[in-house]
Design a protein around this ligand. Structure first.
Ligand code: GDD
Ligand code: MG
Length: 352
């Protein structure tokens, strides 16, 4: 069995962070996002290859994962000649595959039970099986209506407020039979959500759902990107670094340098090569990336610093997202809605 990870989106809602770092490899704590999805796919032992469907900055993604060393699975990269949309990308990536395929949107973090999903697909002898999850407001997602026995009866992508009829949405995880891909036109932009799924319903094909009540989040906006870190600190999602450890205490790499007189307030995470100087305060809910330096008297809380950023003496960074290699000047104050792209340099006393 093969898995396809749809990892070709531009991540526009996470700009400027995604200008140099495509969304599928934005760091979640100390590792690229897709690591968590690949880790989850290990639940299905039949999966012998994971195909990364790429489009935007494919080289940057290949650089992170190589041939899959360190992920425990064989990886293959398929780069579309131009963005083909979610449906077109799946068809393009699935060329030559006849066996059942598991598909993941490359930006959802979830503890969905994948073996149960595959079992549901097989038991129903379905052509397609989709994971649904309940949300408070479906307008940003694909609304999916089902019959009492779990057959999909309607799929409506990005419904308007007056079109909302239920709270179950497309979680972006599917099991699909490639024989149904012949309806996807070749080499044009084609949406699996707006065209393929509605066509399955129209033609009365066996299209069933698997409801997931556990953890699920789409990391594609700044709020959700911060939220997933908070949730992992709070123990709502386990993965990567955070499996069993007590997360209320600071988690500090043995290769980080914490000077005497620095204060760490849990939960927080400090990665290898970081240096926290005397009188600096880190946390709660702060993530300090590899090689960052936090100078004397500075305070970082509820914020995420990507690697190699320097926070100057007595500066405050609260709830902000700070890209790689930034410099925050002395006595600067950054608040919750601030996002800094890579290599931003802020002069001393900046307020933002
Ligand atoms: N290869 C490739 N080519 N990948 C693409 C393309 C493309 O042209 N367009 C989008 N993707 C990838 C994105 O990288 C992302 O991982 C996934 O497909 C979904 O695209 P998003 O842009 O994140 O869509 P969305 O979040 O607005 O909506 C989708 O996800 C929701 C769940 O998070 C839809 O599938 C909704 O129905 C769903 O509810
Ligand atoms: Mg998304």
């Amino acid at each position: 069995m093969k898995a396809i990870l749809l990892a070709g989106g531009k991540g526009t809602r996470l700009r400027p962070l995604t200008l140099n770092t495509p969304k599928p490899v934005v760091p979640i704590f100390d590792r690229a996002f897709l690591h968590y999805q690949i880790e989850r796919l290990h639940q299905i032992p039949e999966i012998d290859e994971v195909i990364l469907s790429l489009n935007y900055q494919p080289r940057r993604i290949e650089e992170v994962f190589g041939a899959g060393e360190g992920t425990g699975v064989r990886l293959r990269y398929v780069v579309e000649p131009s963005p083909l949309g979610t449906g077109g990308a799946i068809r393009y990536a699935a060329q030559g595959i006849t066996d059942t395929i598991v598909v993941f949107n490359g930006d959802v973090m979830t503890d969905v039970d994948l073996p149960a999903l595959v079992a549901r697909h097989r038991d129903a002898r379905a052509r397609a099986t989709i994971v649904l999850t309940p949300v408070y407001n479906p307008t940003a997602y694909g609304l999916v209506e089902t019959s009492p026995d779990g057959h999909v009866t309607r799929f409506l992508e990005k419904p308007a407020a007056h079109e909302i009829t239920c709270n179950t949405i497309n979680a972006g995880i599917y099991v699909l039979e490639p024989e149904t891909f012949d309806r996807i036109p070749k080499d044009v932009n084609y949406s699996i959500e707006r065209a393929y799924f509605p066509s399955l319903v129209e033609r009365g094909e066996t299209f069933v759902s698997h409801i997931h009540h556990g953890y699920w989040i789409d990391i594609g906006t700044p709020e959700k990107y911060l939220q997933v870190h908070r949730d992992m600190f709070d123990g709502k999602f386990a993965g990567g670094l955070f499996t069993t450890a007590d997360r209320t205490r600071p988690v500090v790499s043995p290769e980080a340098r914490i000077d005497a007189g620095a204060v760490l307030e849990g939960p927080c995470f400090i990665d290898a090569g970081a240096h926290i100087k005397p009188g600096a305060t880190i946390g709660p809910y702060a993530v300090i990336g590899r090689g960052c330096v936090v100078e004397e008297g500075a305070r970082v809380s509820g914020a995420i610093l990507w690697p190699n950023t320097r926070v100057g003496e007595s500066a405050t960074v609260d709830g902000s997202l700070v890209g790689r290699g930034c410099h925050v000047g002395r006595f600067a104050r950054l608040g919750p809605t601030v996002m800094l792209g890579d290599k931003t340099s802020l002069t001393d006393f900046t307020q933002a």
